[in-house]
Design a protein around this ligand. Structure first.
Ligand code: AMP
Ligand code: MG
Length: 334
């Protein structure tokens, strides 16, 4: 299927930006594998990928939609330090593969074009969501969302290590997933430019005991005791799928899993996600037929600043299981 919706300048930009940023992160990840001196504990590969990906998305936005603003996760602040000169050189080298006219100063300006505050109309970007997955050579996502008047209008996820939005496939063709408010959600191949898209739909699982739970790979990103209580309350029987990043929402949108709880860690009960940690996945799952709320059943509120200050955690489901899941959260006193 060709792209099933008129390619507005916003949609064209979003697809191109996430495709390019994802290709860049793949290149950095491949280099990580080649140079074993880049230890997994070394923060530099992810820094290079994060910063360079934000630079190219911000620069592309400047070219294609010059009036629009970008609220991204990164800033160039640390690149000004002498000890980070090597990182800056690597960022420039990667950006130049996409924009050969890039310069050292220019790249920092491009990154900082992505440090705007949320407004009536803005884009929000997590250039590498799932840092730990990225460093492990595992799942991560490039997440871009377009928000107007507090509503996510376009959500795009680049999942370089997922195939057909559902199967783990490190080093394969990758998935590019886009949702447009009120129009649907589609998946394509990340590696090639041909615009062939297939619609995504959530599962039709209606029995909690048959549901597949998605959970953060990182145990510190949830509350394990509460998660166990919820699993018991819902009588979940199938083994959960552990995955980093908004790739979880892609898998939910493709019908391969049914539930995800963003619980607040025991030691950080006031933890709040950033808007870029949810926005793209939120629309993608909803347009695939699913539902996303916070743990109290409220819609995620993108008007409160860079963080979701008005929401406690998140609950993402195929829709059918949402009420039962909310009930379990409430009854377990979570
Ligand atoms: P996940 O893939 O579910 O582990 O979540 C990944 C994203 O959420 C990253 O952007 C993390 O920085 C963020 N995140 C989730 N939970 C936490 C937490 N408890 N503390 C810090 N960051 C978190
Ligand atoms: Mg993130």
């Amino acid at each position: 299927m060709k792209f099933p919706f008129p390619l507005t300048p916003e949609i064209k930009f979003a697809l191109e930006a996430v495709r390019k940023a994802s290709q860049l992160t793949v290149a950095v990840q491949n280099e990580m594998k080649q140079f074993s001196s880049l230890q997994k504990s070394d923060q530099s590969p992810v820094t290079v990928a994060d910063l360079a990906a934000q630079a190219i998305v911000a620069h592309l936005l400047e070219e294609k939609l010059p009036q629009d603003i970008l609220v991204g996760e990164e800033s160039s602040e640390m690149l000004g330090l002498v000890e980070n000169r090597n990182t800056l050189d690597q960022v420039l080298e990667h950006v130049k593969r996409f924009f050969s006219h890039a310069t050292l100063d220019g790249v920092c300006d491009w990154i900082d074009r992505g440090t705007a505050e949320p407004a009536y109309r803005f884009w929000t970007l997590d250039p590498v969501d799932g840092t730990k997955g990225f460093l492990r050579g595992d799942q991560y996502a490039v997440a871009l969302a377009f928000i107007v008047n507090g509503k996510v209008e376009i959500g795009v996820l680049g999942c370089p290590n997922l195939k057909e939005a559902k199967f783990q496939d490190v080093g394969g063709v990758g998935s590019l997933v886009i949702a447009i408010r009120g129009k649907g959600c589609w998946s394509s191949i990340l590696k090639t430019e041909h615009l062939s898209f297939l619609p995504l739909h959530v599962s039709d699982c209606r029995e909690p005991r048959d549901a597949v739970l998605m959970r953060s790979y990182d145990r510190s990103h949830t509350n394990e005791a509460q998660l166990e209580k919820i699993k018991d309350a819902l009588h979940l029987q199938k083994p959960p799928i552990r995955l980093d990043s908004l790739s979880k929402y892609t898998v939910l949108a493709s019908g391969k899993a049914d539930l995800f709880f963003r619980l607040l860690p025991m030691d950080r009960p006031d933890y709040r996600d950033y808007i870029w940690d949810q926005a793209a996945g939120d629309l993608i799952l909803q347009e695939a037929g699913g539902k996303v709320t916070d743990l109290d059943g409220k819609a995620l509120d993108y008007t409160a600043g860079k963080k979701l200050f008005n929401n406690r955690g998140a609950l993402a489901s195929n829709g059918f299981l949402h009420e039962a899941a909310l009930k379990a959260v409430k009854e377990e006193g979570i």
